[in-house]
Design a protein around this ligand. Structure first.
Ligand SMILES: *Cc1c(COP(=O)(O)O)cnc(C)c1O
Length: 452
């Protein structure tokens, strides 16, 4: 008998169950993504912005393969939840969404990171994808592509309201306006939007950061006034990421751009837990244990012998390593004796005959695996090779001792965003509740092998 630390997944059909088995044979770890959670999170974010008719639209930010959740299934779930925009950083993902069948009749797509010299503006304009411009070479390149195609480009003017990343600065803005205004009059460019990004909206507990966000908002409005004066008033303005969508309703403007909230996480643990914001984590990362064996006290575990077993015990292999995106910095150290060194590794939920237990990475994370010290006899605990363990899941509350991506982020000294986006694509992504969330046309767009 094998034990499982994850919920009994509800398959939509016998084929769904067969897909699950096949994925487990293919790879000893799986990322299970609940499309209903994604849809419901988006629905909630739309409601936070006043509902579908409020005048504030919501963009599902699906950059970086939808924060590792899978670009297309996530995009479709976001649309099912009421998003009317999708956003990607890289242009190839915006193009991919159109190529996979999400047409301009369905939603707007905005893409923003590029170098003015080499981005495929022709293809983007041709595919009705909105582009961001935040530099003079960017303006020139978009305009040249639009002229070549004989088609107006839809652009969003990026301003640097204080983030210090992309966008026109206050000083460079006159020159940008002087270039943009005639292109807009001529119909080469359609100035759809004005936008910017916030640096510290996720720290409502730090007065200094609240003041800094206030300054960014004032700057943003000053840029709007300058665009109006130049005769290119933006139709829509957008500034709010998840944090500001949740806690700064006064800057929802005509569009908000939540990312991490769609995936069910709060932007920063300082904001509380996802539960506080009525969000539900969509991804569960699970794995099937490799070798489980007894070892004596004082046994070194993994490279560098940074973990020595404190007692006679059993260890188990979790077949995920840094080549899967498990941070090596989530290694766990415990050197017994004189050179006492302790650091908590990333958490793993293991089901035992005594109920669920939370263990920690013991020793260094390797390329394809890491070890956990079960602090007891595997035989007595009922833990076996092939048991399913959970690295993180929806965080169903204290009773479940269920780790979250935030717990892994803490162990690895990073943020949940990086935990998700580092997960390599060799880990199968499998989708729950697809037929509840998507209509049959959308369902047919998914890779059938990924539907549970
Ligand atoms: C990633 C990103 C977002 C979404 O941020 P979250 O904190 O995940 O909500 C919004 N806007 C831009 C420009 C981004 O790069």
């Amino acid at each position: 008998m094998t034990l499982s630390a994850v919920p009994a997944w509800q398959f939509s059909s016998p084929q769904g169950e067969e897909h699950y088995r096949a994925a487990r044979r293919r790879y000893p770890a799986q990322a299970i993504v609940d499309l209903k959670a994604l849809r419901d999170n988006m629905r909630h974010l739309v409601n936070v912005c006043g509902g579908p008719d409020s005048g504030t639209a919501v963009m599902g930010v699906v950059k970086a393969d939808a924060y590792g959740h899978g670009l297309l299934p996530t995009a479709l779930a976001a649309l099912a939840g009421g998003a009317t925009w999708l956003g990607t950083a890289q242009s190839h993902e915006a193009l991919l969404l159109r190529r996979l069948g999400i047409g301009p009749d369905r939603c707007h797509i905005l893409t923003w990171v590029y170098n003015g010299a080499e981005v495929p503006f022709d293809e983007l304009i041709d595919n009705d994808i909105d582009v961001s411009v935040g530099s003079l070479p960017g303006i020139d390149a978009v305009a040249a592509a639009a002229r070549r195609l004989g088609k107006t480009a839809r652009v969003h003017v990026k301003v640097d309201s204080g983030f210090g990343r992309n966008g026109f600065t206050e000083e460079s803005f006159d020159e940008a306006l002087a270039r943009l205004a005639p292109l807009a009059r001529e119909g080469v460019l359609h100035i759809v939007g004005q936008w910017s990004h916030l640096a510290v909206a996720d720290s409502p507990d730090v007065p200094e950061f609240v003041a800094s966000t206030d300054r960014q908002i004032e700057n943003f409005k000053a840029f709007t006034a300058r665009m109006e004066k130049a005769g290119i008033a933006p139709e829509i303005r957008h500034l709010a990421n998840t944090a500001a969508t949740l806690n700064r309703p006064e800057i929802h403007f005509e569009l908000t751009r939540p990312g991490i909230g769609l995936y069910g996480y709060e932007p920063d643990p300082a904001m509380g837990t996802p539960r506080d914001w009525h969000l539900k984590s969509a991804m569960t990362l699970q794995a099937q244990l490799g070798t489980v064996k007894d070892v004596a006290a004082g046994h070194g575990i993994s490279y560098g012998r940074t973990y020595l077993t404190p007692d006679d015990t059993s260890t188990a292999i979790v077949p995920l390593g840094y080549a899967d995106g498990i941070h090596r910095s989530a290694s766990g150290f415990d050197m017994q004796g004189a050179k006492h060194l302790e650091k908590l590794g990333g958490p793993v939920r293991v089901m035992t005959t005594e109920g669920p237990r939370l263990y920690r990475v013991s020793g260094r994370v390797c390329m394809d695996q890491f070890m956990i010290d079960l602090h007891g006899s595997a035989e007595r605990l009922g833990v076996h090779e092939g048991d399913t363990v959970e690295l993180f899941g929806p965080g169903r509350g204290e009773l479940f001792s269920e780790p979250t991506a935030d717990d892994w982020a803490r162990a690895a000294d990073t943020i949940s965003y990086e935990v998700f986006t580092c997960l390599r694509n060799r880990i199968p992504r499998l989708y729950l509740n697809a037929s509840d969330v998507l209509d049959s046309a959308d369902l047919a767009m998914l890779d059938p092998d990924t539907i549970l």
